[in-house]
Design a protein around this ligand. Structure first.
Ligand SMILES: [Zn+2]
Length: 129
């Protein structure tokens, strides 16, 4: 008996005799193709059904970080303490994941302080606001 090889484009049927009376075996991946092996219960042929893998999407799952957002409290009484506050804020903010809204809130607040104590230019140069 000579080996024969036939190809079928119908899923789940024997490529030799087109029987759907099959028994699934191993499956796995080769390169970017997935295969399912099955043996035909009618003619005894061994078949390998090939599926091409197609990229669909990436789904990410993760633990959400605890929200450690806590507004630092600053005591601003003069120009020097206002300047300290700017520096402290900058250090603090660099360790936070401030949302856009929070950033705007802080920038508005710091701008007020900076205006009051004549630090607007300085704060802007330092990148604080
Ligand atoms: Zn068959």
């Amino acid at each position: 008996m000579a080996d024969i090889e036939k190809h079928s484009t119908t899923e789940g049927e024997c490529a030799i005799c087109h029987s759907e009376n099959i028994e699934w075996g191993d499956s796995g991946m080769v390169d970017m193709n997935y295969y399912f092996e099955f043996s035909c219960q009618d003619c005894g042929a061994q078949n390998t059904e090939w599926h091409e893998l197609k990229f669909v999407e990436v789904v990410g799952h993760g633990e959400t970080e605890d929200n450690n957002y806590k507004k630092p409290e600053f005591k601003v009484t003069d120009k020097a303490s206002a300047r300290d506050m700017g520096i402290e804020y900058q250090l603090w903010a660099s360790e936070q994941n401030l949302s856009y809204g929070e950033l705007i809130e802080w920038t508005e607040y710091l701008t007020k302080i900076a205006k009051r104590y004549g630090l607007l230019k300085e704060f802007r140069e330092e990148g604080i606001i």
